[in-house]
Write a protein that binds this ligand. Structure first.
Ligand code: SAH
Ligand code: SF4
Length: 455
């Protein structure tokens, strides 16, 4: 399957010269990477990208359904396309991504928005050129969703947004079934890519000049399960660390229950693995963690954090937290605040609990009223943000190494990049430094970023 993907998509494609496409992506890095694959397919069919959807000949919405908000945005945006399609009869509209993998949703979208031409899911992304050709040649309307299979499609062309940093998916799906989460439903069971395929992809990226790789998976600690080779996530990291030309390695997401000493040792031994750990805790209450089916306690989590902090200097720790899980009491919530103060996160993604159909939590009693959720959420944000600002303050006058990504979006007299441990730095420096790792002296720490000067 690996080698004939390109051949297949070129054979199928009618070359669309001077035609423009626009992709809107919601959700996580996995969706970002899927959109980069869609871009790759469209470019090999002769399309070019554009920044304004009103100019596009084809519009693709790559959807997310992890929280209700993400779904509402898709509906809002689809509603806006009705008028555009009336004005531009040849406009092709496609909707894909996780939301389409949910029971009943593709049919609902198809009925509610009859101007949508193609609806497909996460498991048949690679068939997009075929669907597009069927629309162009036969004027068909397509609704095709597949459920997960064991097959992994290798060798797809990826048109990456950055020429310096790349996401590389190492495994798909999730077997964990946290009670609030739809990911296992929509992304299917865990399956890992062969290490040889991953390493070859990274070697090619290094040849193209990429300096930083982020290995992606819903639960990277499970990497290797089901493969014939003798491999696990730490072993894979060691292999990636050997790829010449790559200077920084990051990964996400690690599940606390599977976060092992072997992984800590690997982070310590491998010079290219960044001093950054994203370890979603979700809650600080053992009762809530149990109801979430997370398989660790607050104490075990803190013990793991303390261990890695003591072994890896300058480690930045980030997390995900859900507020207002069914049955969460004020005491449970205060346990979360207490954990946040003990761990002292460098930053956190904080979410209001969102009911998701067909999850166990959706059927739990004691759903928390919105006003209580919001009130707790605001207290959590305040606590997390004041700790982040305090941590950043400690960087004043420090010298950090920054991989320079380009000119700052907010101030074009400055350059922008990230430290080894993931902090955003805007600084005065030499434009020739773009693409290099340079030393920067921090002159002004801010709450969510650092300012400095190249030295
Ligand atoms: N596999 C990753 C992340 C998956 S989704 C992990 O386990 O950490 C990203 C984040 O969205 C989760 O960590 C969780 O904090 C949040 N999330 C998932 N489902 C949610 C829901 N129903 N309501 C609110 N937040 C949710
Ligand atoms: Fe969802 Fe839990 Fe799997 Fe993460 S580990 S994707 S939160 S089920």
């Amino acid at each position: 399957m690996r080698d004939n993907f390109k051949e297949r998509s070129t054979k199928l494609s009618i070359l669309q010269k001077n035609k423009l496409y626009f992709i809107e992506t919601w959700g996580c890095q996995m969706n970002e990477e899927d959109s980069e694959k869609l871009s790759g397919m469209l470019i090999s069919m002769g399309y070019s990208s554009c920044d304004n959807r009103n100019d596009a000949d084809i519009i693709i919405f790559n959807t997310c359904c992890v929280r209700e908000n993400a779904e509402l945005k898709v509906h809002g945006n689809l509603g806006q396309l009705k008028g555009l399609k009336k004005q531009k009869k040849d406009l092709i509209i496609a909707v894909c991504g996780c939301m389409m993998q949910q029971k009943g949703i593709p049919e609902e979208i198809s009925k509610k928005y009859p101007f949508v031409d193609i609806i497909f899911g996460t498991h048949n992304l690679h068939k997009f050129p075929e669907y597009l050709n069927r629309v162009l040649m036969n004027d068909e309307r397509i609704l095709e969703i597949e459920s997960g299979s064991d097959e992994i499609i290798e060798g797809m062309t990826i048109d990456r947004k950055s020429s310096l940093k790349a996401f590389v998916t190492i495994m798909y799906g999730c077997d964990n079934f946290c009670t609030y989460c739809v990911v296992p439903q929509v992304r299917g069971r865990e399956k890992s890519r062969k290490s040889e395929d991953i390493i070859n992809e990274i070697k090619n990226l290094a040849k193209e000049g990429y300096k930083e790789i982020t290995l992606l998976g819903q639960n990277v600690n499970s990497y290797g399960k089901g493969l014939e080779e003798d491999i696990n996530f730490p072993k894979l990291l060691r292999k990636v660390n050997e790829v010449e030309g790559i200077e920084r390695i990051r990964y996400m997401t690690s599940h606390p229950k599977d976060f092992s000493d072997e992984l800590i040792d690997t982070m310590k031994d491998c010079n290219k693995i960044c001093n950054q750990l994203h370890l979603p805790v979700q809650s600080g209450s053992n009762r809530v963690l149990k109801a979430m089916n997370r398989h660790y306690t607050k104490e075990e989590y803190i013990e793991k954090i303390n261990k890695i902090k003591s072994l890896i200097p300058d480690l930045a720790i980030t997390t995900d937290i859900i507020v207002g899980f069914p049955g969460e009491t004020e005491e449970d919530f205060e346990e979360t605040l207490d954990l946040v103060k003990k761990v002292r996160y460098d930053s956190a993604f904080m979410f209001l609990y969102s009911n998701r159909k067909y999850t166990r939590a959706d059927m739990m009693p004691n759903q928390i009223p919105d006003d209580i959720k919001h009130e707790r959420f605001n207290r959590l944000v305040e606590t997390v943000n004041s700790i982040c600002a305090e941590i950043n303050q400690e960087y004043e006058n420090k010298i950090v190494e920054v991989l320079v990504e380009g000119v700052s979006k907010t101030d074009d007299t400055k350059l922008t990049g990230r430290t080894n441990n993931g902090k955003l730095v805007n600084f005065k420096g030499n434009k020739n430094s773009v693409g290099k790792i340079v030393k920067v002296k921090i002159t002004k720490p801010k709450s969510f970023s650092l300012e400095g000067e190249e030295i």
